[in-house]
Design a protein around this ligand. Structure first.
Ligand SMILES: Nc1ncnc2c1ncn2[C@@H]1O[C@H](COP(=O)(O)OP(=O)(O)OP(=O)(O)O)[C@@H](O)[C@H]1O
Ligand SMILES: [Mg+2]
Length: 209
């Protein structure tokens, strides 16, 4: 099982949104996927309640024991870990459990700076293990018709951490689906679907790199 942790200690950057939609994209690609809600706020579990557990298996593992607990999940090709904001201890646990760390970041300087601590934690772990986890940034919630997303990609790339070419734009569909317990794949927004397919494909390439 590959563990993909979607982390950023900054709140509201799109961790849960990406987790749910990447999990669904992988599931539609015929993989067995479990969504791990590692956030005590329980957003992924609320989302799961809203669809009465009919879409993606969701488990809540929001304690420091995550790296051990996640090993008890069996029969899945992928575990997508929706990370918590703020709590350093939980970020460390998620990094420890992960093969891949994806860091959604909104296109603003403050948001870029806010990821420094997380990158530091990822590097500490990489030094300890020799390589794991691999980490990449995903630019999230870009504004249409601006080039800010690409400028941000250039700044992020200076960190030496991979930056995905794919990302999400600001779209109503992403917020609508959450409260409805759906994903973009049950919505009518083809652009959002296409974004999520591109992100998931790029994730697949990154895993195999
Ligand atoms: N690409 C997008 N377009 C429009 N709205 C978005 C997009 N991505 C996320 N949102 C909205 O922004 C808000 C925050 O997103 P989300 O809950 O995914 O972030 P988060 O990082 O998980 O937050 P938290 O740190 O509180 O867990 C939500 O209301 C969500 O619907
Ligand atoms: Mg969240």
């Amino acid at each position: 099982m590959k563990v993909i942790a979607i982390l950023n200690q900054k709140g509201g950057v799109g961790k849960t949104t990406l987790s749910i939609n990447i999990a669904r994209a992988l599931q539609l690609g015929d993989f067995n996927v479990v969504l791990v809600d590692a956030d005590p706020q329980g957003s992924a579990r609320d989302w799961n309640d809203a669809n009465e557990g009919q879409l993606i298996p969701v488990v809540g593992l929001d304690r420091k024991s995550l790296p051990a607990d996640i090993k008890n999940l069996s029969g899945y090709d992928f575990a997508i870990v929706d990370g918590a904001p703020q709590t350093k201890e939980l970020a460390i646990a998620a990094i420890k459990s992960a093969d891949i760390v994806l860091i959604p970041v909104q296109p603003s300087p403050l948001d870029i700076w806010a990821t420094n601590d997380l990158i530091e934690l990822v590097r500490e772990r990489q030094e300890l293990t020799g390589d794991k986890p691999k980490a990449a940034y995903i630019v999230s919630r870009q504004i249409q018709n601006t080039t800010v997303g690409n400028e941000v990609r250039n700044v992020l790339a200076e960190s030496g951490i991979k930056v995905f070419n794919s990302g999400t734009f600001q779209r109503i569909a992403y917020s609508d689906i959450i409260t409805q317990g759906k994903t973009v794949f049950e919505s009518h927004d083809d652009k959002a679907k296409s974004e999520m397919i591109k992100i998931t494909n790029e994730l697949g390439e990154f895993i195999n790199e």
